[in-house]
Design a protein around this ligand. Structure first.
Ligand SMILES: C[S@@+](CC[C@H](N)C(=O)[O-])C[C@H]1O[C@@H](n2cnc3c(N)ncnc32)[C@H](O)[C@@H]1O
Length: 342
């Protein structure tokens, strides 16, 4: 049985020990530059990031690397699963369908959706380490027949035109250097009439580029989460239309949470045994332990820097949620026109 990474494993499994600090430095250098620097270096920036943080994510969050609206009395895990199943529901997934999961992480959503719907899901991911972990997790879950990984950049898929019956993306297209180019590529590999749904990280209409506090929150989220830039919701909708899609539905679902349980609660949250590791107290404790492990040379040099930038990201995300200027769950549901020749 593949174990969840333990605290002493953090960062050690994804990169050779003596490379961690260099990768941290390289990652941070992209964020010292402009949006253009990050767009031009997106492959390296995103892969550096996931090489560094995947074990932290699995340790503190689980196998599904995304947020969800949450209801009072609903567990964190149940809220993530409900958010995933909603996509399977709107896409009408069923056995025999061939589905693409765009930017699939270690495959938590892919396994849940394949099991829920019976559809065959291929997860595209450009990160070798996540694919290695996810492939074993698919086998251990007994889902290897209907789930698999494709190692590729989602900006240029090694796939013939009109291959897929449906496509979904959960908090992954935010890493794309060019959304119209990405959506056009997804359009190409979809069969005419096929649907695409997902959740995108967006600025809400409340974001004011003239407000220094808003700009600092946006920058904190970009730096802490390997994003070239964050777009307004409406710009994402326009990019989907420009790529040829018919828009069926598009709306921020952050407000679907009960007021006591917003999506950022899991990062800002009060003490709870199960969610403790991602609360501020849990992250503080993880950070102190990682510092100790780094000082005693159990964890490689650079590990504390990773824990630090993940903490800074969490703080920026919570501020983004509290101010209402940012959402990680702008839901869209679109269709490739049935008569499309492309
Ligand atoms: C926040 S994670 C979300 C993972 C997954 N959707 C989930 O919810 O668990 C973003 C994922 O997108 C992948 N990704 C980012 N840019 C990519 C690219 N250009 N090509 C393929 N995968 C990419 C990352 O490697 C990572 O697995």
């Amino acid at each position: 049985m593949m174990e969840k990474p333990q605290l002493t494993d953090l960062v050690q499994t994804s990169l050779p020990k003596d490379e961690v600090q260099d990768v941290v430095d390289e990652y941070q250098s992209f964020h010292a530059g402009t949006v253009e620097t990050r767009k031009q270096n997106y492959t390296k920036m995103v892969n550096d990031y996931y090489d560094l943080v995947t074990d932290f994510y699995e340790f503190g969050w689980g196998q599904s690397f995304h947020f969800a609206p949450r209801h009072k009395g609903e567990t964190f895990e149940a809220s993530l699963a409900r958010h995933e199943f909603y996509l399977a529901h709107v896409l009408g997934l069923k056995p025999g369908m061939k589905v693409l999961d765009v930017g699939c992480g270690v495959g938590g959503p892919m396994r849940a959706i394949a099991r829920f719907s019976g559809a065959s899901v291929v997860g595209v991911n450009n990160n070798d380490y996540q694919i290695k972990r996810g492939t074993r997790q698919n086998e251990e879950a007994g889902l290897a027949k209907i789930t698999s990984f494709m190692k590729a950049d989602f900006m240029k898929l090694p796939v013939p035109d009109k291959s897929y019956d449906a496509v979904y993306a959960i908090e992954a297209t935010c890493h794309a250097p060019d959304k119209v180019k990405l959506f056009t590529e997804l359009f190409r590999v979809m069969k005419p009439g096929a649907m695409f749904a997902g959740y995108e990280w967006c600025l809400t209409p409340k974001y004011d580029a003239n407000n220094a506090d808003h700009r600092a929150i946006k920058k904190g989220i970009e730096e802490g989460d390997a994003l070239p830039d964050i777009w307004y919701e409406q710009d994402v909708v326009e990019a989907l239309k420009t790529s040829g899609f018919e828009v069926i539905d598009a709306r921020d679902v952050a407000g679907n949470s009960d007021s006591e349980t917003p999506w950022w609660l899991s990062l800002s949250g009060r003490w709870s045994i199960t969610g403790f590791k991602h609360t501020p107290a849990g992250r503080w404790m993880t950070n102190k332990l990682v510092q100790l492990l780094e000082r005693t040379k159990v964890a490689p040099k650079g590990s504390t820097a990773v824990s630090d930038f993940l903490n800074a990201a969490a703080i920026a995300l919570v501020r983004g949620g509290e101010t209402g200027i940012f959402t990680p769950m702008f839901f869209f549901h679109v269709r490739k026109p049935t008569k499309s020749k492309a």
